[in-house]
Design a protein around this ligand. Structure first.
Ligand code: HEC
Length: 92
């Protein structure tokens, strides 16, 4: 059962991929090309370092609809998501 995949010791990367497409995708577009939120495809995020991207994910962007994900994911998971957004093909 999915108690919470996000709380488990090892990263459930399938769950994280679903989260990116469904939860992030609900604002950023289901193909991440942008919607309410901007385009999240690798070419659009190329100017971000992993650690900066990770803090945007964890803390959100104040005064915008971009929410902080810290209550919902660990730093390790946010780092995985940041790397996945930057280089989807290299993440399993
Ligand atoms: C409730 C809607 C919403 C959800 C859900 C959401 N975002 Fe956002 N996001 C936004 C908005 C709106 C912005 C633009 C904020 C601004 O005006 O700077 C943004 C901005 C961003 C940026 C900065 C993009 C750039 O070009 O600077 C990143 C990265 C980002 N979001 C990642 C994510 C990730 C990863 C998730 C899922 C874990 C997520 N967002 C979920 C609304 C959302």
């Amino acid at each position: 059962m999915a108690t919470t995949a996000l709380a488990s010791e090892t990263l459930d990367t399938d769950a994280l991929k679903r989260l990116v497409l469904q939860d992030c995708g609900s604002c950023h577009g289901l193909t991440l090309k942008g919607g309410l939120g901007p385009d999240l495809r690798p070419e659009s995020l190329a100017h971000y370092d992993v650690d900066v991207l990770m803090s945007v994910i964890l803390d959100g962007i104040p005064d915008t609809p971009m929410p902080p994900w810290r209550p919902l994911m660990s730093e390790e998971e946010a780092e995985w998501v940041a790397r996945y957004l930057l280089q989807p093909e290299s993440m399993q």
